[in-house]
Design a protein around this ligand. Sequence first.
Ligand SMILES: Cc1cc2nc3c(=O)[nH]c(=O)nc-3n(C[C@H](O)[C@H](O)[C@H](O)COP(=O)(O)O)c2cc1C
Length: 173
Amino acid sequence: MTVRNAVAYDHRLSKTLALLTQPGLLLAATRRNGESNVMAIGWATVGTAWGRPIFQVMVRPSRYTYELLEESGEFTVNVPTGAMRDWVTVCGTRSGRDFDKIGASGVAVSRGQGVATITLDESPMVYECRVVHRNDVLSPNLDPEIAASAYAGGDYHRVYWGEIVGAYATADY
Ligand SMILES: Cc1cc2nc3c(=O)[nH]c(=O)nc-3n(C[C@H](O)[C@H](O)[C@H](O)COP(=O)(O)O)c2cc1C
């Protein structure tokens, strides 16, 4: 298993943000019964609010992951390795509702250090997050151009504000 050490939440942030754009990062959630799921994310922000480090992720209610997040109130964000690129696409196109993405891939997972949610063993950096606020994108408040391009079919994202309770990275990330 990859050895990761505790790092500041903004450790190599520009590198993580570049991977958010291409190929995407991996958002993991775990139910109380232990079932876990992973989905690709491309839209997220990292910063500070209420004096706390925050990883804000945007999840549409149609995603299976949404159900898990609503139940658990926590998530992890996992940076993929180069070898995981194809799997990121799988995680961004198949739903955990009808396909066991983790089981089918054989990717090794372990519970987080400060959360019950899984992290991916091979990820060079992971963020463990506890949801401290959630809000929905509201059409009347949204730029009309974005509304037209991102929400023609409705399914407005829910924004989860995850306090980063732990960030861990390999020595060479
Ligand atoms: C690169 C990439 C980035 C994505 N980013 C997001 C995102 O930020 N939010 C979202 O709701 N869906 C996003 N998606 C779509 C979900 O990953 C996709 O619908 C996935 O199948 C949902 O899985 P689930 O139903 O198991 O939760 C993205 C897909 C890809 C390929």
